[in-house]
Design a protein around this ligand. Structure first.
Ligand code: SF4
Length: 535
């Protein structure tokens, strides 16, 4: 091995994952939480959509769960003692109604939320049918488990309404259709119920709805808001018939996967929003569920291709965990045995940011500024050198807390031993001296990226955009890959990284290259998915 291991950061991580044994302190003794995204696609196209969900990609088994994968998800819910299951968007779950019915029937969680834009409420007879199917599935499943509750949660804000209302005079009709069906058919059912979920500042919309329904606001504080899933605030509306439903409110995050780090004012706003959510709502510990009785449960994210984050917002993206292959025990083993994950679970997000800031405050800034909580870890740990640095520093802390046995170090590979024995300043020096940047990482890990880079260098001298695009098309990379590389170039132009392996001229042309790929190859389509990463 060479003298500076940060030139090969992935090797450091591999050594750590293979050799370092750590003893967790955390004990899970209560109900857990799972947020699952069952598909990535959506035809609505809201301007505020966190995931910029679209229909640019055809349905496949990566962007949409299969019935078999839903069964695996249901098994995970059961095995992990999950009390709260959120079937969330983006992605509109009701594009796949049969999967939604399957979940409602089979979920063993005490409370399952089925999130939707309610696009299907426009046609009342269709809405009656869908709710009837959901209710039947709920009854079928409840034969084996009477205590379950199913909540149909509708996104209720001006962005959705702008897209979904059929007429300007009655923009809320599609939502009122659903409320009326619940009022007339399911109001006797406490455990199969409706909730609207809104954004802070939508008071006018709430007043409009209240007026239309002749409802009154009542003060009962929603038990769901209070106990199971705290939101910023909640109210209840009572209709003249006596039917009551809740409206909860969240903060609007200013999500952008290619956020401009030069825009200081907006950056500050974004960071404040993210920090408020992470440090106040999530109490610096989103990776586990703290229940109202003080018990601790797991907190996981599962996405459409089966990928699992065993500890929400705390994962290391270089470890693959997937419900297709991993049981609950294996998921937790992979989660808790990785020092990079365990350290964040046990010490919190701030602890992690403090260590990462020792070498890259940019990484912390962009992870917060992107304003998508599910993206925090993939963005923070995008660079392999940061994964390696963080892992070494937390091993040093685990030695202090005796969660790693000092004697074990003797059996580690010599390079790892040396790194662990270095002080912070020595590690920082090696990290920066390696000059290992995201460009080198892409060259080493992305098939075709070196040729792509070479084409950019040729374009820099010829300025022949037609020839450049024609050469790129010959690379036969998929649109997914081109979109991924486009995003990388855009992020570089927006000051996301310290780049050492490109010249100033090469850096200057990236913006033009990004726009050419966007207009000539992708033609505006947005296919790359940060949550999937490599496919
Ligand atoms: S309906 Fe939901 S998933 Fe679809 S675009 Fe709007 S916010 Fe995104």
């Amino acid at each position: 091995m060479i003298e500076n291991p940060f030139i090969y950061p992935r090797e450091i991580r591999k050594m750590i994952l293979k050799h370092v044994k750590v003893t967790p302190k955390i004990k899970f003794n209560g109900k857990g939480f799972i947020c699952a995204l069952i598909n990535s696609r959506c035809h609505i196209g809201c301007s505020h959509c966190m995931f910029a969900s679209n229909m640019d990609e055809k349905k496949n088994d990566k962007n949409t769960m299969t019935p078999k994968r839903i069964d695996k998800l249901m098994k995970l819910v059961k095995d992990s003692n999950t009390g709260y299951l959120l079937i969330s968007g983006g992605g509109e779950g009701f594009l796949e109604p049969s999967l939604m019915y399957q979940i409602v029937e089979k979920t063993s969680a005490d409370l399952t939320w089925m999130v939707t834009s309610a696009f299907w409420g426009k046609d009342k007879s269709k809405a009656i049918k869908i709710l009837n199917n959901l209710y039947k599935a709920y009854l079928d499943g409840s034969r084996y488990n009477e205590k379950r509750r199913i909540c149909i949660r509708i996104s209720f804000d001006s962005y959705h309404i702008d897209k979904l209302s059929k007429s300007n005079s009655n923009p809320l009709d599609y939502i009122i259709n659903i409320i009326r069906i619940f009022e007339s058919t399911y109001s006797h059912q406490n455990d199969f119920f409706l909730q609207l979920h809104s954004i802070e500042g939508e008071d006018k919309l709430v007043e409009q709805l209240q007026e239309k329904l002749l409802g009154i606001k009542i003060k009962t504080i929603s038990s769901i808001h209070k106990n199971e899933k705290s939101t910023e605030s909640a109210i209840s509306l009572r209709l003249p018939s006596g039917y009551i439903f809740d409206i909860t409110f969240a903060k609007l995050l200013l999500s952008d996967t290619t956020v401009d780090l030069n825009n200081k004012n907006l950056l500050e706003k974004r960071i404040k929003l993210w920090e408020r959510d992470a440090f106040i709502n999530e109490r610096n510990a989103p990776s586990y569920q703290i229940n109202s009785d003080g018990s601790i449960g797991t907190d996981m994210l599962v996405i459409y291709d089966g990928r699992v984050t065993g500890a929400w917002q705390s994962e290391m993206p270089d470890v693959s965990i997937n419900i297709d292959n991993d049981s609950y025990e294996e998921i937790m083993k992979k989660t808790l045995s990785d020092v990079g994950v365990l350290s964040t679970i046990e010490n919190g997000l701030n602890y992690r940011f403090d260590i990462i800031n020792e070498v890259s405050s940019k990484a912390s800034i962009r992870a917060k500024a992107v304003n998508i909580r599910d993206f925090t870890s993939p963005i923070l740990f995008e660079e392999d050198s940061i994964k390696a640095y963080y892992s070494i520093r937390v091993i040093q802390d685990f030695l202090d807390t005796k969660q790693i046995n000092k004697k074990d170090i003797e059996s580690y590979p010599i390079e790892l031993k040396k790194l662990i024995k270095m002080n912070k300043e020595e590690l920082q020096y090696l990290y920066h001296k390696s000059n290992y940047d995201i460009i080198k990482q892409f060259e080493e890990t992305e098939k075709g990226f070196s040729v792509f880079l070479e084409e950019i260098r040729i374009f820099l001298t010829t300025k022949d955009s037609k020839q450049f695009i024609s050469n790129l098309e010959k690379l036969e990379s998929s649109l997914y890959i081109f979109d991924k590389w486009r995003i990388l170039l855009k992020r570089i132009s927006l000051q996301w990284y310290v780049i050492t392996s490109l010249t100033i001229k090469e850096l200057d042309i990236l913006e033009e290259v990004e726009q050419l790929i966007d207009s000539k190859i992708l033609k505006g389509r947005r296919i790359y998915d940060e949550l999937l990463g490599k496919i």
